[in-house]
Design a protein around this ligand. Structure first.
Ligand code: CA
Length: 230
């Protein structure tokens, strides 16, 4: 099997080396950058399969690194933050990271998430539209989703979604009227087996609303989210 490459952008050397050691023991090739500009340069050079990105970095913060790295090509990003309040801020900004972890985290949990994200990316990049039944195009209000080409249009204009945003919207569109809890969505869309990471779901919903209009997904208070049949 082809060896997969992970870039770790983290200025705390002890965290960077612990994460790298754990991932190497799982068979990944790992490269480390210790500041923002070096992280962007390293991603351009090695074209990693996934980026683990600390938020607070010298030079260029994780937010800007995330933007620059994803501008070049779609690559999944797992963000590390020092505090829950930082994760809340990122969720509010809907930065386009695929997942978030607050320090301190268990290396085992990090590795589980890395595997889950990569499994999902492989499924969607190698077999776009795999598992899809029925027609390729689904319409939700003025939004059109094409499962085969993984393209989305709103009122005829193409809208760029990250792979995770697309998967989340597709799942909701495939289950119109059903109310899904955050835990269910984490399981179905992210492939996580435990329920942690509810704010990751909120972040992606927020991002979908920003790109496709606030009416695209309904919040069902105390339960989760639903997409209404149109
Ligand atoms: Ca840091």
């Amino acid at each position: 099997m082809q060896q997969r490459t992970v870039v770790v952008v983290e200025d705390e050397a002890s965290i960077a080396s612990a994460v790298a050691a754990r991932l190497r023991s799982e068979g990944f090739t790992v490269q480390i950058a210790a500041d923002g500009p070096a992280g962007v340069a390293l991603c351009r050079e090695v074209r990693p399969d996934l980026v683990i990105l600390d938020l607070m970095l010298p030079g260029l913060d994780g937010l800007e690194v995330c933007r620059q790295v994803q501008k070049d090509r779609p690559v999944p990003v797992l963000m590390l933050t020092a505090r829950d309040s930082e994760t809340d801020m990122l969720v509010g900004l809907a930065v386009g990271a695929d997942d978030y972890m607050t320090k301190p985290f268990s290396p085992r949990e990090l590795v589980a998430r890395v595997h889950a994200i990569l499994r999902r990316m492989e499924r969607t990049l190698v077999f776009p539209g795999a598992g899809q039944v029925g027609p390729s195009v689904t319409t939700v209000g003025d939004v059109e989703l094409d499962a085969r080409s993984r393209r989305v249009r709103r009122a005829g204009e193409e809208v760029h979604l990250t792979p995770t945003e697309f998967d989340l919207l597709s799942w909701l569109a495939a289950h119109p009227g059903a109310v899904a809890s955050r835990e269910q969505l984490l399981h179905q869309v992210w492939g996580y087996r435990d329920g942690s990471g509810a704010r990751t779901v909120d972040s992606h919903i927020r991002s979908l609303r920003r790109k496709l209009g606030t009416g695209i997904v309904r919040t069902v208070h105390g339960v989760g989210y639903a997409l209404d049949a149109t």
